[in-house]
Ligand binder design. Sequence first.
Ligand SMILES: CC(C)(COP(=O)(O)OP(=O)(O)OC[C@H]1O[C@@H](n2cnc3c(N)ncnc32)[C@H](O)[C@@H]1OP(=O)(O)O)[C@@H](O)C(=O)NCCC(=O)NCCS
Length: 204
Amino acid sequence: MNDSITGITGNPREVTTTVPVDVGTGRTPGQGLRTETRVSIRVATHLDGEGLRGMFSRSSAETIHRRFHTPFPQVPEWMLALMLDADRTDKEFLVAVADGKVVGHAMYAMLGGGEAEMAIVVEDGWQSKGVGKALLRELAADAGRRGVQTFVGSVLTDNRPMLGLIGAMFAGSRRAFDDGAYLVRMPLETLEPAAPERNLGRAA
Ligand SMILES: CC(C)(COP(=O)(O)OP(=O)(O)OC[C@H]1O[C@@H](n2cnc3c(N)ncnc32)[C@H](O)[C@@H]1OP(=O)(O)O)[C@@H](O)C(=O)NCCC(=O)NCCS
């Protein structure tokens, strides 16, 4: 983890990471101005329900389907409650926050045998800016500190962004067909080393 962008608050599992994310190029021709904003990553709390509801209200049907493998017209309240469950004994939830809004959520739940199931979502307007990568890196760091060795994720076979994200981050990932989707295993020891420049998303 890059200490310069990561502050660890009292509880070592309460990560608060801030990453600069490129949100576009300035309009003045030739000046090459780039617009950046900061995205914070922190442990989710029960106070994030409204934020999650807002994030999903801004998300496309495709994003929701890819996250839940179910075409929820509206993500149900029981699912939101599950994504913020107060009992973190064998699981953790992180949120990415930009401009005061929740724009991403990532979670893992331990399965035993050093494995944990993971899932992640970034709302459409914030995709392809490095937020997913930053969230997944923090999630892996947290899980690794708790003894998890391998993330397991169920990914729809046409979900190129997620398969691309996993391939870019975990050199040792392996996939197998499982009931119409890929079951992907990501050994945490094969996570690409944190490089400050790469954490800048597309802001270089
Ligand atoms: C998958 C998802 C979380 C990725 O988040 P993101 O913030 O867009 O990802 P990042 O910008 O951090 O991209 C990291 C890497 O992922 C890959 N990637 C991202 N978007 C991609 C796309 N559209 N096509 C192919 N690869 C892509 C690239 O390798 C990228 O690395 P690069 O920036 O060096 O090119 C996001 O697309 C999403 O929320 N999708 C819907 C929900 C979902 O599919 N969840 C997974 C089920 S568990």
